[in-house]
Design a protein around this ligand. Structure first.
Ligand SMILES: *Cc1c(COP(=O)(O)O)cnc(C)c1O
Length: 852
């Protein structure tokens, strides 16, 4: 029955405990041990039952318990400490203020389809979401004026349970928004703030919820309201659910609705960061605003919009990108096409690699790239792959110059290091160990942590994980209706003394969770060794439609069952942030064996590394740029294969060999005190070397310095005085395009003999026809370097040429000088690029002339 009216009933907090409310609604508790402990102390059982959700807890706690706490001096003192800590955190002078000043007015908007902040808020599916959540947390730590924009899913991502046969089943419990750390944004009169997004033949409404992440607000849109029809109410029902139409609708709400929400909240960000391409439709709405509200033309508006947008790609394979059928794009977004005055093909070409390829679908990554002036991949290897993958958008630009930078991912240290371990770091490294840069001398103090203490703390984390896994399994088996005898067996899974290999992440097939069982004899031999016991813990969800991914889960479970190894090979159902935190701290080795280069970065290994857990991984993503010998073990040497069977064979063998010859011996090599000194060295190296670099504190600083600050400055320049510079830039680009193909590079001469010596200067001259263009509008360069076997210069150095004078009739003489720092076959070329002070970079247009 539908109720006639609904009320939000809040608990009656005694006056002395009123301060609990602001503490519960700021997610700061997720990474503050002080605040988290306060809630746990209030009612330890309820804390666990509520899945560590203080809002739900305060909504369900008994009035007696509250009464008792309100007269407990110890509790009240703790409450005061927690309150003071949050207050100080929110007021602290920040990194941002030190690097950008205190009187700035700017704001940056960060758009993502998923955010993984805390277990209680299940609006994430995996690494992308957790990264977005960690981005917000570190932006808050650094004091960046950032706001997040996303969707609030009524059902979120599914909960996983397994049939007795090991087949993944999905359950979609409803999120009760009123018992989550969410606040509805309201108008001054108390009514819900709503935004409207125009769909064909109707308007879809959304309301806005706020999650306070330390100092950073995250705004989440929710369409589950009247007067939306039931289909539209379900647009924000599930993360990555539904068909392609629903997907487009979600992305319209995220991108277009997100911009509307920012405006409804009175925000005019200077920077719009698209975390993956899902939000890229935001460009359409921003162009519309500038055309209709500021009177710009489409070309001018596009210039301004592009100048203020940042795009981060996360997908190293074309199959991972959203591709939308063109008829649907035209149907759902045709309104923008009409407003912009573009033909259908012109409009669609915004999302096509080859603008003339009328068959190609609309590619959201290409669209995002075309609409951003700052682009990056999420590790150095992934940036290289992206430059290759998208390089054709920059025409004849050499691949290494394609302007897609690598900003390597990180993790939020205080969210993923076990509390007891953090305590250790505070005592031995520094109270603010998490904020120290890699160059800080304090990191050497890791060596001063007594081996015995580190081992004991790790041991505790391991026991905690083992108990947690048993409890999870017991509950899961009870729910499945397993026999009492079977349920009793869950008490015996995993041995806290055995070497424990952990693997937990999404079950996407390229991650090859089942690689370790590919040669059963070899694995069984290891598992049978009573002297040196080894065990494996797995967790992860497969996308509901990914049957091969589900097969992998079942294969592992079947294998364990058939071989009678259910104590030694364990699959923990329903992977989530909480499980992740316990596993990355409690395992001894973190295993990762994706097919290079498919793992753009990967972050769970970083979480393990920070907990002192060495990684065992193929050289993909972040691990390829880590010190993989000192802080773990590499599988292979970074080879890439076209034959996946050969690859699996070779890499499985390498995996077994490293386990047999390196990992097991080192782990079981104990001294008289029973300590594995060699192993502990690796643990310490992992903490010392990986923690200060692979964290989001460093990562968000890089985003600030390489993207947010320069993009915001450029936006300020281009938008000033009614967008005069954006208009001028659009006009100049039109002029440049008109005359670009008239340019000719002629008569290139080098005054050099065939043989030159190292460092011997060589003068070069060229005669260049610029026609209508002037030397100030172009830059002419020498591109010099080693010539490879194909006769090309793959990675050249750039030396500017100067123009001493006009020769008449649009011809100009250019001169320059090169010299070579190394011997061998060297060469040079002359090239010409556009030049304008307001371009984001000379390669922005992908225009480049090469002389021959
Ligand atoms: C860190 C994390 C991931 C990412 O794992 P990868 O190994 O990088 O794929 C996925 N899910 C959860 C819950 C996480 O905490």
């Amino acid at each position: 029955m539908r109720p006639i009216r609904t009320f939000k009933v809040s608990p009656a907090l005694p006056a002395a405990l009123e301060a609990l409310r602001p503490l519960a609604t700021n997610l700061y508790w997720d990474w503050s041990d002080e605040v988290k402990e306060l809630f746990r102390r209030l009612d330890p059982d309820l804390w666990e039952q509520s899945r560590q959700n203080p809002v739900l807890m305060l909504g369900t706690i008994s009035q007696e318990r509250l009464q008792a706490a309100s007269t407990d001096d110890g509790f009240l003192a703790h409450l005061e400490r927690a309150q003071a800590e949050l207050k100080q955190y929110l007021q602290e002078r920040s990194w941002y203020q030190r690097h950008r000043g205190t009187d700035t007015q700017e704001c940056y908007a960060y758009f993502s389809a998923e955010f993984g902040l805390t277990t209680a808020l299940p609006i994430y599916s995996g690494g992308l979401g957790v990264l977005a959540g960690d981005h917000l947390k570190s932006a808050s730590d650094l004091g960046l004026p950032l706001v997040g924009v996303g969707l609030l899913y009524q059902q979120g991502y599914f909960q996983q349970y397994l049939s007795a046969d090991g087949w993944q089943q999905e359950r979609y419990p409803l999120n009760d928004f009123y018992n989550l750390p969410l606040q509805l944004e309201r108008r001054p009169d108390g009514s819900e703030l709503r935004i409207e997004v125009v769909f064909p033949q109707r308007v879809v409404y959304a309301r806005i919820w706020r999650v306070q992440v330390g100092r950073v607000p995250l705004y989440l849109l929710d369409t589950n309201i009247p007067p939306n029809n039931t289909y539209d109410q379900d647009i924000t029902d599930q993360l990555y659910g539904g068909d392609v139409d629903l997907r487009i609708h979600q992305e319209m709400i995220l991108g277009i609705g997100g911009i509307k929400a920012l405006r409804a909240l009175g925000l005019q960000p200077a920077v719009y960061h698209m975390n993956e391409g899902h939000s890229a439709f935001l460009s359409l709405e921003r162009i519309r605003e500038l055309m209709q509200e500021s009177g710009l033309t489409f070309a001018q508006a596009k210039e301004a919009v592009q100048a203020s947008q940042v795009f981060t790609t996360h997908t190293p394979v074309p199959a991972g990108i959203d591709l939308f059928p063109t008829d649907k794009v035209l149907y759902y977004l045709g309104r923008y096409r009409e407003l912009f005055g573009l033909s259908e093909q012109e409009f669609l070409s915004l999302g096509r690699e080859q603008t003339g390829d009328f068959q190609a679908p609309f590619n959201m990554a290409i669209f995002a790239i075309r609409m951003a002036s700052s682009l990056n991949g999420v590790s150095q290897l992934h940036a290289r792959v992206s430059r290759q993958m998208f390089g054709s958008l920059w025409g004849l630009t050499p691949e290494h110059e394609v302007p897609i930078r690598g900003i390597t991912n990180g993790v939020h240290a205080r969210s993923c290091v076990a509390p007891a371990t953090q305590n250790l770091y505070q005592r031995y490294i520094s109270p603010d160990w998490w904020a120290l840069p890699a160059t800080a001398p304090e990191w050497q103090r890791v060596e001063s942590i007594p081996d015995e203490e580190l081992w004991r703390i790790h041991d505790r984390a391991k026991v905690q994980m083992v108990l947690y896994v048993r409890e999870r399994l017991r509950r899961a088996w009870e729910e499945r209706g397993a026999s009492q005898a079977e349920i009793l067996k869950t008490r015996e899974v995993l041995d806290p003394e055995a070497l424990t290999i952990g693997f937990a992440r999404r079950f996407a097939t390229y991650k090859r969770a089942n690689l370790f069982i590919s040669h059963p004899e070899r694995l069984l031999k290891m598992l049978a060794d009573r002297q040196r016991p080894i065990q494996f813990v797995f967790a992860g969800k497969a996308h509901p439609k990914d049957h091969p991914g589900k097969d992998m889960i079942r294969d592992i479970i079947h294998f364990a069952k058939e071989q009678g190894l259910e104590r030694q090979i364990v699959f923990v159902p329903n992977y989530d942030i909480h499980t992740a935190r316990l596993m990355v701290a409690g395992c001894d080795v973190w295993l990762n064996n994706p097919r290079r280069p498919r793992e753009a970065s990967g972050t769970s290994g970083m979480k393990a590394a920070m907990n002192g857990v060495p990684n065992l991984s193929t050289l993909d993503g972040w691990w390829a740029e880590a010190d993989y010998v000192t802080t773990g073990w590499p599988i292979g040497r970074g080879e890439e294969y076209t034959d996946t069977q050969v690859q699996d064979e070779l890499e499985a063998n390498a995996l077994y060999q490293i386990l047999e010859e390196d990992v097991l011996p080192l782990y079981y090599q104990r001294d008289q005190e029973g300590l594995p000194r060699g192993w502990l060295n690796k643990m310490k190296a992992s903490i010392r070397i990986n923690t200060p670099f692979f964290n989001t504190e460093r990562m968000v600083q890089e985003y600030a310095q390489h993207a947010y600050f320069p993009v915001s400055d450029r936006w300020a320049r281009l938008s000033a005085q009614g967008y005069v510079k954006a208009q001028a830039l659009a006009q100049w680009k039109a002029r440049l395009f008109q005359h670009w193909y008239e340019i000719k590079i002629q008569d290139v001469t080098a005054q050099s003999p065939k043989e030159v010596r190292v460092y011997e200067p060589i003068g070069v001259t060229a005669r260049i026809y610029l026609g209508e263009l002037t030397p100030a509008e172009v830059q002419v360069q020498l591109y010099q370097g080693e010539v490879d076997a194909t006769g090309n210069i793959p990675v050249g150095q750039v030396v500017p040429m100067t123009c001493p004078g006009q020769q008449g009739d649009g011809y100009y003489a250019y001169t320059g000088e090169i010299s070579y720092a190394s011997s061998g076959l060297q060469g040079f070329a002359v090239r010409l690029l556009p030049h304008h002070p307001d371009l984001s970079n000379p390669l922005e247009l992908g225009l480049i002339h090469w002389g021959n």
